[in-house]
Design a protein around this ligand. Structure first.
Ligand code: PLP
Length: 388
């Protein structure tokens, strides 16, 4: 054998058929485009679509399949598929379930890039979107058109945390044969069960609490039995790809989700309760606090809260003054995304298309991480003192 051929021989030890292959606590990660068949007969079987195992890199390697199964069970759905980010999960839900001529209803407090996709990209495929008030319930009927195909909710929604009356909406939608989907990232499947509230589709950005360490971008779409076939077919035809190594990180995160989320919840409630009484703060926007406008719906539909909430100021501050407050903070990183162990802050004005309680106000959004809440409270109080 010549040297070039020698270096290309299979150097790893394939023990998948050994009597006792090693079993580690965590699953092995696959990396590959080509999957080798054992012989020509197996290749022919793959060609006929008769092999259950992956036949190509886009065919969902074992860790990805485990993550899908874990998400499907946690959500109590019928089928889950993994996408390259939470945004991709949102976008592909719309593409998988809508066609040219369809109309979509989208809550105005949805994740902004999802709104942009509906407004800027979907019209290219003949799909129109109407943005509807964020705290909507049965009044959604007024917005339904003959061609309304899908209602996309986010509850509590991005940055202002309005909650929709989900059962009222799904009851109406079911009668009209309209598909209902919800971005369930804030509560995670641990604190909100979308299918029990009558939804057809649950979307999750796994980049947040599920993965938990701000080091991976992934999303999941879970559907009920009625829509499982459409999602499965769509996914196969699009040949979606998510690296097994990223799925591994999300699957690993799931093991500690319940413990982390409980701590995020307790710490956020502690920080929020302290901020309520601060002289400079106008409203603390947290669904689990009794002052939240849809607190009753929260208690009815959610079994817990997470670590993301916001507040507004009594006064208007200049960018410079706001910067003085924010830049003084030691424990809050300035950056997008949330759900990780590190506390983060974003600040900005809401751009709503429908009326909002907070229009024109600067929203300070806090991701309460896993630091000691007392340190976070002290940090915020010190920062806020700069404003006086
Ligand atoms: C509510 C919500 N949904 C979806 C996403 C998108 O997730 P990803 O960052 O994984 O694309 C985000 C991101 O911040 C979000 O806040």
């Amino acid at each position: 054998m010549k040297k070039a051929t020698e270096t290309i021989q299979q150097h790893w030890h394939d023990d998948s058929h050994a009597a006792h292959p090693p079993v580690t606590v965590n699953p092995p990660v696959y990396r590959g485009s080509t999957v080798l068949f054992r012989d020509y007969a197996e290749m022919c079987k793959a060609g006929r679509g008769e092999l259950q195992s992956p036949v190509y890199g886009t065919d969902r390697f074992p860790v990805q399949r485990s993550l899908e199964e874990a998400m499907q069970k946690l959500e109590n759905g019928a089928l889950s598929r993994i996408f390259s980010s939470g945004l991709s999960a949102i976008q592909n839900t719309l593409l998988a379930f809508c066609k040219s001529g369809d109309h979509v209803l989208l809550v105005d407090n949805a994740y902004q890039p999802g709104i942009s996709f509906c407004k800027r990209i979907l019209p290219k495929f003949g799909i129109e979107t109407t943005l509807i008030p964020s705290a909507i319930g049965a009044e959604i009927e007024d917005y339904i058109q003959g061609n309304t195909r899908l209602i996309l909710l986010e509850s509590p929604g991005s940055n202002t945390f309005e909650i929709q009356d989900i059962p009222a909406i799904t009851a109406l939608a079911t009668k009209r044969n309209i598909i209902t989907a919800m971005d369930n990232t804030w509560a995670t499947p641990l604190y909100c069960k979308p299918f029990e509230l009558g939804l057809d589709i649950s979307i999750q950005s796994l980049s947040k609490y599920i993965a938990g360490y701000s080091d991976v971008l992934l999303g999941a779409v879970t559907v009920n039995k009625k829509y499982a076939h459409i999602l499965s077919q769509y996914y196969r035809n699009m040949e979606m790809y998510t690296p097994d190594s990223d799925c591994y990180l999300a699957l690993r995160g799931l093991n500690t989700l319940a413990t982390r989320l409980r701590q995020h919840e307790q710490s956020a409630l502690q920080v929020a309760s302290q901020l309520i009484n601060h002289a400079r703060i106008d409203t603390v926007i947290h669904p689990a606090l009794p002052n939240h406008p849809q607190h009753k719906l929260f208690l009815r539909d959610f079994s817990g809260s997470s670590g993301l909430f916001a507040f507004t100021f009594k006064e208007k501050y200049s960018t410079k003054t706001l910067g003085m407050f924010i830049d003084t903070l030691e424990h809050f990183g300035l950056g997008y995304s949330w759900g990780g162990y590190k506390s983060l802050l974003t600040a900005g004005k809401q751009q709503r298309h429908t009326t909002s309680l907070y229009s024109g106000k600067t929203i300070i959004r806090l991701n309460i991480g896993l630091e000691d809440p007392q340190d976070l409270i002290q940090d915020l109080e010190r920062g806020l003192s700069v404003l006086s």
